[in-house]
Each structure stands twice: as C-alpha cells, then as structure tokens.
Design a protein around this ligand. Structure first.
Ligand code: LLP
Length: 439
C-alpha cells in the first residue's frame, strides 16, 4: 500500500478529474456540494489487504472495524461482507450495527462511560465482547447478565502508559488518560476480586489502544510489551488466562502527498512476532489476536467536494478562498490542526481553464461563523475562481462521523463509488430535517 500513488484512485484526463473512475464535476453537479464521496473499491481493497496481511498470515486472528471512524448502514454491511467484526462505542452505534444485520457475536462494545441503558442493550443483544473500562462496570454487567441468565464475555481495556506521539487529543495510552484500567498491582487485585464475585462475567483477555493516526510502530510495540508482561502476571500470579488480545487500531494513513506512513505489515508483523516470542518464552498459549482499525480502512477511501463561493485578497497577507462547507462537515482542522491536500477538480464554464491559470498560494476557509474554520492553510492551486469545485482528500474517516449542524447548515449527502458508478448512500439533510426534533 505504501507506494501506491496519492491520492489513491484519483487522476485527470484532459479537463476532467476522476476518483475511482467517476468524473467529479459531474458528481458535484448531480448531487450538489458539499458532497462526501466514498470509494467502496478502496474500502474493499483495504479490507482485502488486512485479510492478506493479518487474518490469512496468522492463525486465530480477527479484525474489528472501529465503526466510529465512519458508520453508515452501507459501510457496516460492506465491512461485514469483507468478514470483519464491528467495534461500537455507544447505544446508537450498536443499534445501527444490529439494524445492518451484524451478528451480535461479531460486535465488541467499547466506552469509558457506558450508561445502564447501553449495557443492558449490549447484554440483551448478546454482543460477543464488552471492553471494560472501570471497576463498577464489572458489577453492572453482572447484574444485567444474571438477569438474562447469560454469561457476558469481557476484555479489560488497559492503559499501558505509553505516549503515542500523536496529537494529544487523539492520544489515549498514557498513564493519565480517561481511557483504560491502570496496571498497578493494587488496582489489578480489585478487578480480580470483582471477577471472582461475578459468575456471569467471563474474562476473555485484554485490550489496548494507545492513540490514533500513528505514523510509526515504536510506541505501539512498547505498549504491547507492557501489556504482554501484564498478561503473564495475570496468568502466573492470579491464574487468569489471557485467551484473547485485542491490540486496538490507530494505524496511520496519508493526508498529504509528502506523508510517509508504515505499511500495515510494518505494524502487524513485529506485533505478531512479539506475541509469539512471548508465548514461547512464558510457556503460555498463543492468545487469539485482534486488531481494530477504523481510519486505516475508511480514511483514504473518502474525499469531500466543495464549491468555491468567493475569493478575498488581503494584500501582502494572504488570499482566502471560501467554500460552501467547513467545520460542520470536517471538524478535524479546527480540532486537531489536521492538514489536508486539496485540488481543483472542476471549473465554472465562464472561468479560465486550469491549464492557463497561474499557480497561487491560498488558504481555504470554511463557511461557518468561526475564525478557526479554516480547512487548508497555504495550499498552492491554479488561481481559484468562484464556481470551481474543490476536492479535499483523505476525508473518509472522522468527518461524516463528527459532522454537526452548526449555523443550521444541513449536513452533506454521501455517495458510494463502485464499478465506475455512483449511488446515493445518505441523502442531503433538508431544512425540515433541521427542525424535526423541535416540539
Ligand atoms: N479502538 C479504540 C478503542 C479506539 O478508541 C479507536 C479510536 C479505534 C480503535 C480506532 O482508531 P483508528 O484506527 O481509527 O485510528 N476523531 C479523531 C480520532 C479519534 C479516535 C478515537 N478512538 C480524529 O479525527 O483523528
């Protein structure tokens, strides 16, 4: 994957630009802008790559798609058809996953503050696993599972205490984190006592996730070492076998043409080597191993199309190019200082052709009433004109999923591309939709 051209499946022919074989200006004209465009072809290719690099290469392994990255019914069905389980983090994500026909046994339920209603829904649905994030949850699950007369399988989500060198808002593995169970012995003993008191709770193993958009594998491997040490301690000191080890997600993707990220095998192979060395060294059985990527599956599969509304020159300072979307459809630049690559993929009929425009360094501003609503700072484009169609790349993860109605702007439609054609997957919101919940 590493050497594939970026942006993947994007190319130009004459005046026209294509993504996954579909002409982008025509898409913008047909469905309007802003428009989320997701290549089902890329999603499926990424799933195939994960099967090849992980599931087929190592026995007794499984992939859960972290559906928080991009959850629609279509996406759930696609990933399910590709053979993956689903990671959900809320009652809403669980509801949609069940609606999409995902078998509950293939669902893992996460969250650091699961409500009673959510735990009840998860136990009632008989989800395959719940990742425990605090002590009380064990007793709360015991109550639900004893009510239904079932045993609920759980994993401990642990905090390895490793800094993941990503933006601090998306780092989760350090000691002082709201996520995960600390590994101090005194805490461990309280959790083990709780398990002993809860016969309807079945301990399967451990889970860790240290952060998102990891650009190298070292912190993930350091975390794995710590978690494996802990697993040996659980087995040897407390007789608690770790039958399953979920190593989370976080595998980085490309946002800019200059980004260099490890291939998925560069994450997976050393991880699996470590687990198998550990198993031999400690003389403990190899656990069932799982990973939980979200962004890696969806991120580079998505682009967003915008229309240029206006340009504004501030002499000697910068030129703003204002588009018809922004932080309502992509909060990531404002929230994480995320950087995106942009290109002009369509021009209005009365504007000069791209080939004759001089290159200009501009800032792409969103339409929302926030100074921080800047989509791309300093990108060089053929001088943008109102009416142009602009594409932002690698918007497939955490954009649709984190969208909002700030300023009462309806959320964009979403189309899926496959076999050189597009189909509407999520319709554009209407003004009426915006008032639906008001009494
Ligand atoms: N597993 C767990 C327990 C997680 O908390 C997450 C992400 C994942 C898996 C998937 O991580 P991924 O493979 O997608 O990196 N909104 C932020 C990212 C938040 C990630 C939250 N947890 C962003 O836009 O960068």
């Amino acid at each position: 994957m590493r050497d594939a051209a970026f942006p993947e499946k994007f190319y130009r022919e004459g005046q026209h630009s294509y993504f996954d074989g579909v002409e982008l200006e025509a898409l913008a004209n047909q469905y309007g802008t802003p428009l989320y465009v997701v290549s089902e072809t890329i999603v499926r290719a990424r799933c195939a790559k994960l099967r090849e690099a992980f599931i087929q290469r190592y026995p007794n392994t499984r992939v859960y798609y972290a559906s928080k990255a991009f959850q629609t019914l279509d996406m759930l069905r696609i990933v399910h058809e590709e053979g993956f389980g689903i990671d959900v983090v809320s009652g809403g994500e669980l509801f949609a996953a069940l609606r999409a026909g995902i078998q509950p046994a293939n669902i893992i339920f996460h969250g650091n503050a699961k409500t009673d209603e959510e735990l009840r829904a998860a136990v009632d649905a008989r989800v395959g696993r719940i990742a425990i994030d605090n002590l009380e949850e064990i007793f709360r699950i015991e109550r639900e599972a004893s009510r239904t007369g079932t045993r609920q399988a759980i994993l401990f989500r642990v905090t390895p205490g490793v800094d993941s060198h990503t933006h601090r808002f998306i780092s989760t593995g350090s000691l002082d984190s709201k996520f995960g169970i600390p590994l101090e012995q005194s805490e461990t003993e309280r959790y083990i006592d709780a398990l002993r008191a809860c016969p309807h709770v079945e301990f399967l193993g451990l889970h860790f996730h240290i952060g998102s958009q990891l650009m190298e594998n070292t912190s993930h491997l350091a975390a794995l070492n710590i978690v494996l040490d802990f697993a040996a301690r659980l087995s040897k000191k407390y007789g608690l076998a770790v039958r399953e080890l979920n190593m989370g997600g976080g595998f980085g993707i490309r946002y800019l043409p200059t980004d260099r990220v490890p291939s998925i095998s560069e994450f997976i192979d050393p991880m699996m080597a470590k687990v198998s060395e550990w198993s031999a060294r400690e003389n403990l059985p190899m656990p069932h191993c799982a990973i939980e990527p979200g962004r890696w599956i969806a991120g580079e599969a998505g682009i967003t199309l915008y229309k240029v509304i206006a340009t504004k020159v501030i002499p000697g300072i910068r030129t703003y190019v204002a588009v018809d979307g922004g932080l309502g459809d992509n909060i990531r630049p404002a929230l994480y200082e995320a950087c995106y690559h942009a290109e002009i993929v369509g021009t209005s009929p009365d504007a000069p052709a791209l080939a004759v425009r001089a290159p200009q360094t501009v800032t792409i501003a969103g339409r929302y009433c926030e100074s921080g609503d800047i989509l791309v700072r300093d990108v060089t484009l053929p001088e943008p004109n109102p009416g142009d169609i602009l594409a932002l790349f690698s918007t497939g993860a955490y954009c649709f999923a984190m969208s909002s109605n700030y300023n009462r702007v309806p959320r964009p439609a979403l189309v899926l591309l496959r076999d050189r054609s597009a189909r509407l997957s999520v319709r554009r919101e209407t003004y009426d939709d915006l008032l639906l919940r008001e009494i």
